[in-house]
Write a protein that binds this ligand. Structure first.
Ligand code: COA
Length: 378
């Protein structure tokens, strides 16, 4: 039987290449569902670890199941000496995403990831935040702190980064931000993880590739850009409206606005907007939330919002929220990676469960029949 005619779709836009039961993005409603449960409801009532369990197992855990899952993570949060050395000895100006990617990859070199895909996945979920916090301290010349088994993923991260037990509400806020980043359909990094898994390679390799894909500015990165824009506005002598007007005049895009799927609003942004407002009321310094409101109002006046479908996205508010929690700006994209690890690991498992090697084709558009010229004659 001959192969069907190849389909040409550069960038794979709108091509379905897998079935998934993990997350559903409905741009019309708009809503984001994890295993059929509304992510906004989970953000209000649940936790990141409960959501990771849901993604992995298809149902929400009982209290005992969640305790057991937490214990499995607690056992694995510490780094082996080999991995700790990679992180602690990274140059202080190393890019945190590079450090995170190297740390995740190195866990396998030191055999601390177990045998099964599930053990590999637990290891990433547990150790990625530890590695990031360890780097945060090391580059400030501070000693590494061991994770504590009375704190969950978010609280442990803030504790290991800042050296003191976090304010309970701050830990809850970070937990919600991680939950809202847990999974989001077949985006570039998730697709990368599934392509790697489709070769029957291991979870650690798949996650290392996914972190590499998320590092690109077209994927992660807008939350950092938002915060840098606000700091720049604060330092400049322009007001918010004229700053944004200049950006648009120069053909620049305003970070934190627009989404390929959510045209009316991004449900994750709705939750983070409320949190951004809350933290702005309780933290000192410039009113970042107020500035974001001004940016949004200006775009609304300019009819960019709705007419062009560029309403606030998740990155608009996550940056100011992280900033208010004392998380360094260059950790914003790695925080996205930490949250998304729940989804990446679930997606890799789903790929293993119903695998077909991903093997698209490229159309050759180069020259043909080019004669070989010996090296000394070129
Ligand atoms: C996310 C993004 C890539 C989606 O792009 P998209 O769906 O391909 O949207 P398009 O490129 O078709 O843009 C539609 C129109 O809105 C404009 N637009 C899109 N996002 C814009 C933004 N953030 N600021 C200003 N104008 C924007 C485009 O210039 C285009 O205008 P035109 O019709 O006059 O050419 C885009 O909105 C963007 O770059 N946003 C900023 C970065 C960001 O926040 N990324 C995080 C996403 S979660």
């Amino acid at each position: 039987m001959s192969d069907p005619e190849p389909v040409r779709r550069i960038g794979l836009d709108n091509v379905i290449v897998a079935d998934t039961e993990l997350s559903e993005i409905d741009g019309e409603k708009p809503e984001l569902l994890y295993r059929g449960v509304d992510a906004q409801e989970l953000a209000e009532k649940s936790s990141y670890e409960e959501t990771a369990y849901l993604l992995w197992n298809g149902e929400l855990p009982t209290r005992d199941e969640l305790d057991e899952f937490r214990a499995e993570l607690d056992e694995r949060r510490g780094l082996s000496r080999g991995v700790a050395e990679v992180v602690e000895h990274a140059p202080e100006d190393a890019v945190p995403m590079d450090v995170l990617r190297s740390a995740v990859s190195t866990t396998q070199v030191y055999g601390e990831v177990g045998e099964t895909p599930r053990e590999n996945a637990l290891s990433v979920l547990a150790k990625a935040p530890t590695a990031l916090a360890t780097f945060g301290r090391a580059r400030r010349g501070e000693e590494t702190l061991e994770p504590r088994d009375d704190l969950d993923t978010a609280a442990n991260f803030l504790y290991m980064l800042n050296g003191e037990e976090p304010d309970e509400r701050h830990a809850e806020i970070l937990d919600t931000a991680l939950l809202l980043h847990a999974d989001h359909g077949l985006n570039a990094s998730t697709f990368t993880s599934r392509v790697i898994a489709s070769t029957e390679s291991d979870v650690i390799s798949a996650l290392t590739g996914a972190i590499g894909a998320l590092k690109g500015p077209l994927h992660g990165g807008a939350n950092q850009d938002v915060m840098e824009m606000l700091l720049d506005i604060d330092e400049s002598d322009k007001d918010v409206s004229s700053y944004v007007a200049d950006m648009l005049e120069n053909g620049e895009r305003v970070p934190g606005f627009g989404h390929r799927v959510y045209k009316e609003f991004d449900p994750r942004a709705e939750v983070l907007k409320e949190i951004a407002e809350e933290v702005s009321e309780t933290t000192e310094g410039p009113d970042w939330y107020g500035m974001l409101e001004e940016v949004e109002a200006y775009l609304r006046e300019e009819k960019r919002i709705h007419e062009k479908g560029i309403s606030p996205n998740v990155d608009l508010y996550s940056g100011t929220v992280y900033y208010s929690l004392g998380i360094p700006i260059d950790f914003f994209v790695p925080m996205f990676a930490v949250g998304r690890s729940a989804g990446w690991t679930a997606q890799v498992q789903e790929q293993y469960d119903n695998n077909r090697l991903v093997r698209p084709r490229a159309e050759y558009v180069g020259e043909r029949g080019v004669e070989y010229t010996p090296i000394d004659e070129r």
